[in-house]
Every structure is written in C-alpha cells, then in structure tokens.
Write a protein that binds this ligand. Structure first.
Ligand code: IPE
Ligand code: IPE
Ligand code: MG
Length: 252
C-alpha cells in the first residue's frame, strides 16, 4: 500500500492555493552603530535614526501588500553591549512606543512583542502591555517587535511550557506536534515569515526566528538600517515575487 500522503499541502501557511497568503516580512535591522560611527557620532544616534526609518517602513508596509511584519530590535545577546548603549536603547523603546501609540492605532496597526519580557524594566513592560491592549484587534498590519528576543530562548521557553503540561498529565509526549510547538512560541497566531531581510551586509541570522523562518526566503542588503527606505523594501518585494518557493516539492 502506498504510504498515505501527509497533509502538507498546507505547509507554510496559506500557500495551498485559493486566496493569496498574507505576506509576512521579518527584518533584522542591522547597521545602526556603523552608520553613526561613520559620521563620528555616538552609536545611539544611529539607533535614533534607525527608529525613524522603522516608522517610514511600517507606514509603507500595508500598501506594499504586507499584512504582518516582525522586526528585530534587541536580541538576548545584545545585553553584552555597554551599559550606556543598553540603557539608551531601553529608554528609546519606551519613548518610541509611548510617542507612536496613537499614530499606530490610527493607522490600524496591531502592535505586539516577542521575546522574554521578564528581565525588562517594569516601566517598559507596562508601556508594552498597554499598547498591546490598545491596538489589539487592529487588522491593517500586525507589527511584532522583538525585544530581548532569541530564537533559542523562545524555543526553550516553549519546551518548558510543554514539559510542564506533560508532567501535570494534561498532554502526553506523543501529542506534541509541530503545531503545538508553534502555538507555544511568542509568535503564536502569526503566520511564518515569507521573507526575512537583513540590512548592513552581514549574512547571518543571529538567533532570529529559527523555527518560524525554516522555509523563509532571505534577502541580504548592504544598506545600513538607517539608510533603508520603503523604496528599497519595494524593490526587494519585487524580487521576492519572482522567486519560486517549492517547500520541498518540485518546480511547477
Ligand atoms: C542593530 O544595529 C540594532 C541593534 C542590534 C539594537 P547595530 O547596533 O547592531 O549596528 P552595528 O551592527 O553595530 O553597525
Ligand atoms: C542582530 O544584530 C540583532 C538585532 C538587529 C536587534 P546584531 O548586530 O546584534 O547581530 P550580530 O552580533 O552582528 O550577529
Ligand atoms: Mg549589528
């Protein structure tokens, strides 16, 4: 008997025909420090300019057909930086979220955060919780901001949560499947990214979405993040549209 064909036509979300998949673009916003250093400015000046670019890119995203966007703002490894830079970034995150809350809401953006927020400053966490509540259900664009995010850390926390349920007898080990793991990640409920973009010329993923991006397309651009524009995003999307995604199948 032929082995039954697993139901993987529905692999990465929504690509099984019918309505076009909602486009999820994830961005590793790298190069702020070099952008500032090239100008003889402190690194934080680069982060501030980088934050301005995020606003432009987010504003342009829905018109480019993007429904979900995930941006890497601070990794679990970024604590290795100077206290001044780390504190400066944390302060900037809080101010940005507070300042942009009304505008994001007006634009129909749902803001959420991925990453472990437990070690973050309580004031920052409050601001994060508040904007998540305020923008919940907005449907023009879902923007996930990765703060204190590490893919391995996220998988570790998901494994712990599943292990606890197994230990308590709520589920059996055999019931653990890929969908359950996805549903325990911080990104639960979002489709996997179709495209991951990294700026600044580095060609590595630096612990970003290792599970979710298993079948993503990648684009690496030499542009430093503070110089990245919606026009460049549009060009990248044009190139992406010409790619053939096979998901393990054969060319059509
Ligand atoms: C990315 O820019 C932003 C964060 C990691 C917070 P960098 O700060 O890593 O910039 P470079 O790589 O040093 O130029
Ligand atoms: C990745 O950039 C993290 C963010 C963009 C927030 P890094 O600059 O921290 O990555 P590495 O150290 O070059 O791999
Ligand atoms: Mg960097």
């Amino acid at each position: 008997m032929a082995p039954s064909i697993p139901d993987i036509a529905q692999t990465p979300q929504g690509h099984e025909g019918g309505a076009p998949a909602p486009l999820h673009v994830a961005i590793i916003m790298d190069g702020n420090g070099r952008w500032a250093t090239q100008r003889g400015w402190p690194r934080l000046a680069g982060h501030r300019k980088g934050a301005e670019q995020i606003k432009k890119v987010v504003q342009a995203a829905p018109d480019l057909g993007i429904r979900y966007m995930t941006i890497y703002a601070f990794s679990t490894e970024n604590w290795k930086r100077s206290t001044q830079e780390v504190l400066g970034l944390m302060k900037m995150f809080r101010l940005m979220i507070k300042r942009e809350a009304a505008e994001l809401s007006r634009q129909g953006v749902e803001l959420r955060f991925i990453g472990d927020r437990t070690p973050l400053d309580p004031l920052l966490r409050e601001t994060m919780d508040a904007i998540e509540t305020r923008t919940k259900g907005n449907s023009k664009l879902t923007l996930a901001v990765a703060i204190n995010y590490g893919g391995r850390d996220e998988l570790k926390r998901a494994a712990q949560s599943i292990a606890r349920d197994v230990a308590e007898g709520k589920i059996t080990a055999d019931e653990v499947d890929e969908a359950m793991i996805s549903s325990r990640l911080d990104s639960a409920g979002m489709p996997d990214p179709d495209l991951v973009i990294r700026s600044s010329g580095e060609t590595r993923t630096s612990n970003f979405l290792p599970w979710q991006a298993a079948y993503s397309e990648y684009e690496f651009t030499p542009t430093l993040w503070p110089d990245f524009t919606p026009d460049e995003l549009s060009d990248i999307l044009d190139r992406f549209a010409g790619r053939e995604r096979r998901f393990g199948g054969v060319a059509s």
